[in-house]
Design a protein around this ligand. Structure first.
Ligand code: KIV
Ligand code: ZN
Length: 524
């Protein structure tokens, strides 16, 4: 029996999120992230846009083959080639969904598609029928719905439901809507589309005006029962509805909305940090739910109130989003069991090889740092599991610097494409990091340049682990590639050098597999 009060969570981090600049992931990273999405309890994972590139196709196919317990959606424009390709990629999923779309606004129809409303309506219906030949689970999106003529939009929604769409998604593609208006639009569709109860109404909001979550909540109040969202709110331009914000708003204000999701909110923090480690893009400290300050109380009055009763200034419990209050701290004497146990509590169950590598990193850190905190463990997982598989690996860094001697760094680098050959070189620079990066450039011959460099300390104290995030840019075959890289080490300079090498690994991957996204054909 369907649960009328359940809001389905459709996660598009791996599609809308991943397609935005700087957030690209390789197949292994996508698979790891999808595993975390299952732990989080999302209902549908939009794994990618299979026609967009060979890399996208392979990632969607692998996720469909290996991930269970969740629906897997593949995106397709409203044409046979896209739909066939999407099906090919998702057909081995436990519950595959084809998500097909075409624009419904006059601006898009006239200037982008260069068609008439009638032609587009016909194409939408045909696309749904084509998808239905493959699976009963078909979602349709009228792109730019919020700038479309309401009567025409309603006609299109009615026609695609009649053709068999089981979910109809209303996108605010350019983030133009405001909550009262978006509520009105969903209500209008609910009241004017014949057969609307045969489909689930979904919403997909972009955050250009910072209203994506507010618009999604307004749509839920008007009857929408699926929300498309991304972890940390990543996505095109200003991003999408943030998964953690929408699900915690629904949970915290359940009495008001009278709906629920199946999200295991205790997995939110792990999902957020995992995405940060994979992409190298950190969230701002004041970000709702997952920012470093989201549960930090600075003012004396607030701290006083909290000590008396946490409800005075906390509307959510940090434990409910997976921020542990436990003061358990590990060190070099902690046994394997204690460490594995702690990892499990944090939501990580590593494969044997990954675990072995993780322990090497753990021991190295515990040797120099007395107390290893949860945040350190999560960073080590990022280092041991995700970074190990890139083309280059730094095997040694030796820095010589001083107030009156020119900084010089020696780097030893392993190149997996040259049978793991190790090469070393030495270079000068403006400081140890710059010298190290110059040495890496000499060894690899890369033309990549660093556009930004950010440093944060992960845990307090002068022995804190430091995380450096860089943005690196490279021109290749007439295209500009931009990636984020991050590096973590107890030494600031080493962290900086590792972040540059991480960026080189991502550039290498982008150029080889994912880089040249197929040109989106205009004859939609
Ligand atoms: O923003 C948008 O309209 C989309 C569609 C493909 C759903 O991402
Ligand atoms: Zn979108």
């Amino acid at each position: 029996m369907s649960d009328k009060n359940k809001v389905y969570i459709f996660d598009t981090t791996l599609r809308d999120g991943e397609q935005s600049p700087g957030f690209s992931m390789n197949i292994t990273e996508k698979l790891h992230f999808a595993t975390q999405l299952v732990k989080l309890g999302v209902d549908i994972i939009e794994a990618g846009f299979p026609i967009a590139s060979r890399g996208d196709f392979e990632a969607v196919q692998k996720i469909s083959r290996e991930i269970r317990g969740v629906q897997i959606a593949g995106l397709a424009r409203a044409n046979a080639r896209d739909i066939d390709t999407a099906w090919e990629a998702i057909k081995e999923a436990e519950n595959p969904r084809i998500h097909t779309f075409i624009s419904s606004s006059d601006i898009h129809i006239e200037y982008q598609l260069k068609k008439t409303r009638e032609q587009v309506l016909e194409q939408a219906v045909e696309a749904v029928k084509m998808a239905k030949r493959y699976t009963s689970n078909v979602e349709f999106s009228p792109m730019d719905a919020t700038r479309s003529d309401r009567a025409y939009l309603a006609k299109m929604v009615e026609a695609v439901i009649k053709a068999g769409a089981t979910t109809v998604n209303i996108p605010d593609t350019v983030g133009y809507a405001v909550p009262s208006e978006f509520h009105g639009l969903i209500r209008y569709l609910m009241e004017n589309v014949e057969g609307i109860d045969r489909a689930i109404i979904s919403v997909h909001c972009h955050n250009d005006l910072g209203l994506a979550v507010a618009n999604s909540l307004a749509a839920i109040e008007a009857g929408a029962r699926q929300v498309e969202c991304t972890v940390n709110g990543i996505g095109e331009r200003a991003g999408n509805t943030s998964m953690e914000e929408i699900t915690m708003a629904i949970k915290t204000r359940s009495g008001l909305f009278n709906v629920h999701t199946d999200i295991n909110t205790k997995q939110i923090m792990t999902a957020s940090r995992l995405l940060t480690h994979i992409t190298g893009v950190t969230v701002q400290p004041n970000k709702a739910i997952v920012g470093a300050n989201a549960f930090a109380h600075e003012s004396g009055i607030h701290q006083d109130g909290l000590l008396k009763n946490t409800m005075t200034y906390e509307i959510m419990r940090p434990e409910d989003v997976g921020i542990s209050k436990s003061s358990l701290v590990l060190g070099k004497h902690s046994g394997r069991h204690a460490v594995i146990d702690r990892l499990k509590t944090l939501g990580y169950e590593l494969e044997k090889d990954d675990l072995e590598r993780f322990f090497k990193y753990f021991k190295a850190l515990a040797d120099v740092k007395k107390q290893v905190h949860d945040e350190d463990l999560e960073v080590l997982i990022g280092e041991a599991v995700y970074k190990e598989k890139g083309r280059y690996k730094v095997t040694n860094v030796q820095i010589s610097t001083g107030m009156y001697s020119p900084p010089m760094t020696l780097i030893t680098l392993k190149d997996r494409e040259r049978d793991g050959d190790e090469s070393f070189d030495v270079a000068h620079g403006n400081g140890g990091v710059d010298a190290g990066i110059n040495a890496v450039k000499k060894i690899t011959g890369t033309k990549a340049r660093i556009e930004s460099f950010n440093l944060v300390a992960i845990t307090g104290g002068s022995d804190a682990l430091c995380e450096v995030t860089v943005t690196a840019v490279e021109e290749y075959e007439g295209k500009i590639f931009k990636v984020f890289g991050n590096g973590v080490n107890i030494d600031i300079s080493v962290a900086g050098i590792l972040s540059f090498v991480d960026a080189l690994n991502k550039l290498d991957y982008r150029k080889k597999v994912n880089g040249i996204r197929m040109k989106v054909e205009v004859n939609l």
